[in-house]
Design a protein. Structure first.
Length: 333
């Protein structure tokens, strides 16, 4: 399975309830081939197995650390925003720095420490690349240069979506009332039609519901992962679309609530470029050592250490978030 018989050390952490594994090393060198790497990613994230999560960042440390993200189904993705927060925390603490840069593919991300929202809760802010409404960047099949607030035939006859790349592909609809069954149905259709149709590369699908006090609720059906407690790039995509379609200034710091937690996002405007910021918790859950071949075979013996104090501190904070959503009439399962 791996090029050595040594166990891999993993860290499981979460940003707004989005649970991401961190493993040091390039998967192309850690495993004997892409099939073995995919099998490991799937087994590690399988929630019916000994652990379970929403994706994995493999990373290589260095002067400019590099990272590669994979969805739970083993497919690569350009970005996981919540996961980048937890990876950023690991690297900031390892290098004892308040700020650093991480490379993912062709993009550079600036990561820095952020004020703690509550005792025992660590927070991280990340600057993301330019968001784009260019149809070709998503990509989405359309005769125009952009796809803004339009119906997508075959997905829903009423909802009006805006396509945006952050750089992950997203389609976002602003709704008056959140309908989870509707989101799951549309997200599932986009997944099944990947490779054809209007969204040949698939897309993350988000609903944004405005809340009192200028806040918003966002839920995302993630490409390759399904419905998760939070999606960092979905937060940024939805926050950006909110300013595209309303009079909310891009520079405004908007509180974005997910069922997994609370994040904040604003957009720095430089000429025609919109540069988003994502800020939120980075909470360690557990550290473990395991043999990948044993995990895939279903016989893993996992030596783990759990960060109970951090988990309890975040859960206490998020209970207020869930109470706020319930009071606003947001209904989630």
């Amino acid at each position: 399975m791996t090029r050595s018989n040594s166990p891999l050390r993993i860290l499981l952490a979460h940003g707004s309830g989005n649970e991401i594994f961190l493993v040091e090393g390039d998967p192309r060198r850690l495993f004997d081939g892409p099939e073995q790497a995919t099998a490991f990613v799937r087994a590690l994230n399988d929630r019916s197995g000994p652990l379970g999560g929403d994706g994995i960042y493999f990373f290589e440390d260095g002067e400019v650390p590099e990272a590669h993200f994979f969805n739970p189904d083993g497919t690569p993705a350009a970005l996981c925003g919540n996961g980048l927060r937890v990876l950023g925390r690991l690297l900031l603490e390892r290098h004892d720095r308040a700020e650093l840069t991480v490379r993912i593919g062709e993009n550079l991300f600036r990561i820095r420490s952020a004020p703690s929202p509550a005792p025992g809760v660590t927070s991280v802010a990340i600057d993301l690349p330019v968001v784009s409404t260019e149809a070709a960047r998503v990509p989405i099949v359309t005769p125009g240069r952009t796809f803004v607030e339009r119906v997508i035939p075959g997905l829903d006859s009423e909802l009006r979506f805006t396509a945006i790349a952050v750089p992950n592909p997203h389609i976002v609809a602003i709704v008056d009332d959140y309908d989870e069954d509707r989101l799951v149905d549309i997200g599932g259709r986009v997944e099944r039609e990947r490779g054809a149709g209007v969204l040949p590369a698939g897309a993350n699908v988000s609903f944004l519901q405005p809340l009192p006090g200028g806040e918003v609720f966002v839920r995302t059906f993630e490409r390759g992962a399904g419905l998760t407690p939070s999606c960092g790039s979905g937060v940024v995509a939805s926050r950006s679309v909110y300013s595209v379609l309303t009079d909310v200034p891009p520079e405004a710091r908007v509180t974005v609530r997910n069922i997994g937690g609370v994040a904040a996002s604003s957009i720095r405007v430089e000429g025609d470029a919109w540069l988003p910021l994502l800020e939120g918790n980075a909470t360690n859950v557990l550290q473990a050592d395991l043999l990948p071949a044993d995990l895939v075979a279903g016989r893993a013996e996992i030596d783990r250490v759990e960060f109970t104090d951090e988990t309890v501190a975040f859960d206490r904070l998020n209970q207020h978030n869930l109470t706020t959503l319930a009071a606003a009439g947001v209904k989630v399962r």
